[in-house]
Design a protein around this ligand. Structure first.
Ligand SMILES: C[S@@+](CC[C@H](N)C(=O)[O-])C[C@H]1O[C@@H](n2cnc3c(N)ncnc32)[C@H](O)[C@@H]1O
Length: 207
């Protein structure tokens, strides 16, 4: 069921979408490094790596990390708001010869996307921190409903100080407050010149 939205909220969502579409329309966006971050590599292939299971990537862009997960034995679904990114992600998966379900949709409206789960791993590289505040509860609820017992959410996000606008960015306090039934088990600062963080949240083993 969709809830009524104010004009300001609708404007915020439209502005975010427009900006993202412009980035992809202009060519290769600045974040599209084609390199899987070491934090995800450690979680998947490190000495204490998770056993392969089902993964959902939120804001997958052109699919570098979804393909990485699939190559490491995960059954992967990946979602992005921008259809150009989705098309490129599908091409990347096909070129790599891996099976990834890439869907165009809103990470805060997963019921409309067709990713029922459950998932043992959620991965978000800089998607949540750009989501307007009024959609963030829906994002958390969508993941929580799809989380297998003991599921992990690995999220990279920019701190609010990194943005000029007042609505972007993410903090540990916010995640702790918003993700009921999850535990924030690690916060590791990123290496960027502005404040960034790798957050690891874990869903209770018995939900
Ligand atoms: C900073 S980019 C990172 C992309 C990709 N994770 C990577 O590392 O290359 C954030 C991505 O999240 C997507 N995104 C932002 N808001 C979204 C939403 N509400 N639902 C789905 N995708 C979203 C954007 O289109 C963009 O591809």
């Amino acid at each position: 069921m969709s809830e009524p939205r104010t004009a300001v909220e609708l404007d915020q969502e439209a502005a975010v979408r427009r900006e993202l579409e412009d980035y992809y329309r202009a060519g290769r966006p600045p974040w599209d490094s084609g390199v899987t971050p070491p934090e995800l590599v450690a979680m998947v292939a490190g000495p204490d790596g998770l056993p392969p299971g089902r993964a959902l990537e939120l804001g997958c862009g052109t699919g570098t990390n979804a393909v990485y997960l699939a190559r490491h034995g995960w059954r992967v679904a990946a979602v992005d708001l921008v259809d150009r990114a989705v098309r490129q992600a599908r091409e990347k998966a096909a070129a790599a010869g891996v099976d990834v379900t890439v869907l165009c949709g809103d990470a805060t409206r997963l019921d409309e996307v067709g990713v029922p789960g459950p998932y043992e791993l959620f991965f978000d590289l800089s998607c949540y921190c750009g989501i307007p505040p009024h959609r963030r509860d829906a994002y958390a609820a969508g993941l929580t409903r799809r989380a297998a017992p003991g599921a992990t959410l690995l999220m990279f996000g920019y701190g609010p100080e990194a943005f000029d606008d007042p609505i972007s960015g993410v903090t540990a306090d916010e995640l702790e407050a918003r993700f009921a039934g999850w535990r924030l088990v690690d916060v590791t600062p990123g290496t960027n010149p502005v404040p960034t963080f790798w957050f690891t949240l874990r869903r209770a083993a018995m939900a």
